[in-house]
Design a protein around this ligand. Structure first.
Ligand SMILES: NC(=O)c1ccc[n+]([C@@H]2O[C@H](COP(=O)([O-])OP(=O)(O)OC[C@H]3O[C@@H](n4cnc5c(N)ncnc54)[C@H](O)[C@@H]3O)[C@@H](O)[C@H]2O)c1
Ligand SMILES: O=c1ccn([C@@H]2O[C@H](COP(=O)(O)OP(=O)(O)O[C@H]3OC[C@@H](O)[C@H](O)[C@H]3O)[C@@H](O)[C@H]2O)c(=O)[nH]1
Length: 387
């Protein structure tokens, strides 16, 4: 139940607000809606083209039924958008194409989704003096400065060459034919536009740069709740392989490094932004877990070990295979080498720190994947293919 007196970080009572959440039916949106319904008095206007991941929150007999309203709409072409933004105190924009398999194969859709389609949202917030929390990405940093140093340079060990800071690090993308960067570049331009709206027209905004948030309900399992030829992000790719007892595919040897944060930790940071506007407005926030760094190969090994534990099924003798990025993603793929978030700004402004270790977050997530999909996969495998 929502408690009656919630206090912000400065000890002031928090007033209930209405939030227009665009992309509420996605992975992050579903967790954010869940948290807001369970722990706050706020209302949510939930906008998306899909609602499968929030169906459980939309049942009429829940204690929060009067506080959440689903509006099925595509922000590309729907005249209801401005009215819904006007009805709310705060807009949170999560809508985007954000799976790397799309960046080089559907670059136009990627750029339209992440820049053009976000423009009216920024404009309506600015014109109607509504606060905006916009979801950008850690991909705006691109590659690290250190990745351009000689392989044996001792400077590669110096954090100054790889830690990513909101107000200091450059954005380093590959050449135009490396269409992987279409997403990062579109996100960078919308960040600059929002920042400029703040500077010139007084828009109250916060920008979130998520660093690989993972957990239950992320993306889809190909052939079960998504297209069989679809390529989701790495958590769902590896989960799918484990569920089907196939080797996990390591793109270009799995040498890239990532830091993963548990979705439930990350959502706490977003709630702090929502409820502490004076501390959050005007800032860009890295949200990640610098302590959870692994190479993709190490992630595959860890997930294999944990899945064997939670499913009771023995791991394959050869649990991984190497695949080239050209074969896996096609021409124009490129990769971020390493992503460690600097945490100074979010610490200073909101006092937020992630709590969950990589092992623990993978254990709870893989338990969920096994419980949710193992039976469906068994049935799908057993079904004879129509000739
Ligand atoms: N998950 C992460 O680790 C991560 C990392 C970096 C950035 N982000 C950013 O966070 C945001 C949310 O990511 P997510 O992981 O929840 O992705 P997601 O794909 O699960 O959610 C996005 C949602 O937006 C909806 N949407 C897309 N276009 C729309 C449109 N035109 N009209 C209405 N709805 C539309 C989709 O249907 C989907 O439900 C994105 O902007 C993404 O770029 C996420
Ligand atoms: O089966 C797979 C899938 C992915 N990978 C590798 O795993 C790494 C992580 O891949 P993900 O699909 O999670 O995506 P990335 O971390 O590269 O990008 C993500 O970063 C932040 C967000 O903006 C987006 O959600 C997405 O762009 C990449 O190096 C990728 O090449 C594999 O080795 N095997």
């Amino acid at each position: 139940m929502a408690s009656s007196v919630r206090l912000d970080l400065d000890g002031n009572p928090i007033k209930p607000i209405t939030i227009c959440m665009i992309g509420a039916g996605g992975f992050i949106g579903s967790h954010l809606c869940e948290k807001i319904m369970a722990e706050t008095p706020h209302k949510v206007l939930a906008l998306d083209v899909y609602n499968d991941k929030i169906k459980h929150l939309l049942e009429p007999d829940t204690p929060w039924a009067a506080r959440i309203q689903f509006h099925r709409l595509n922000i590309k072409q729907d005249s209801r958008l401005e009215g819904l933004i006007k009805m709310a105190d705060l807009t949170i924009n999560l809508a985007a194409i954000c799976t790397p398999a799309d960046y080089n194969t559907r670059p136009l859709d990627t750029i339209y989704s992440n820049f053009i389609d976000a423009l009216p949202v920024v404009k309506y917030c600015s014109e109607n003096q509504k606060r905006l929390i916009h979801f950008s990405t850690c991909e705006v940093y691109g590659k690290t400065i250190g990745s351009f140093l000689p392989k044996d340079s001792p400077l590669r060990q110096d954090p100054a060459y790889y830690v990513l800071k909101e107000d200091a690090s450059p954005c380093i993308f590959g050449s135009i034919e490396k269409q992987r960067w279409s997403y990062a570049c579109a996100k960078q331009l919308i960040e600059r536009l929002i920042y400029a709206e703040g500077a010139e027209n007084g828009l109250e905004f916060s920008i979130v740069r998520p660093f690989n948030w993972i957990g239950p309900r992320m993306d889809f399992i190909p052939g079960i709740d998504g297209p069989s030829e679809g390529v989701p992000r790495v958590l769902a790719c590896f989960s799918n392989n484990l569920l089907r007892q196939e080797p996990l595919k390591l793109v270009d040897g799995g040498q890239s490094q990532r830091t993963f944060v548990y979705i439930k930790d990350a959502i706490e940071a977003v709630l702090l932004m929502i409820e502490n506007p004076a501390r959050a407005n005007g800032h860009i926030f890295n949200v990640g877990n610098p302590n959870n760094e692994v190479t993709v190969k190490q992630l595959a090994e860890m997930m294999t070990q944990i899945y064997a534990k939670v499913s009771g099924e023995p791991a394959l003798e050869k649990p991984t295979i190497d695949v080239s990025s050209k074969e896996f993603y096609g021409v124009g793929y490129d990769d971020s080498d390493k992503r460690i978030p600097d945490m100074t700004i979010i610490n200073q402004q909101l006092g937020w720190n992630p709590k969950t270790s990589l092992w623990d977050l993978l254990e709870s997530t893989l338990t969920y994947q096994h419980r949710t999909y193992a039976e469906a996969i068994k049935k799908a495998i057993a079904k004879p293919v129509a000739s």
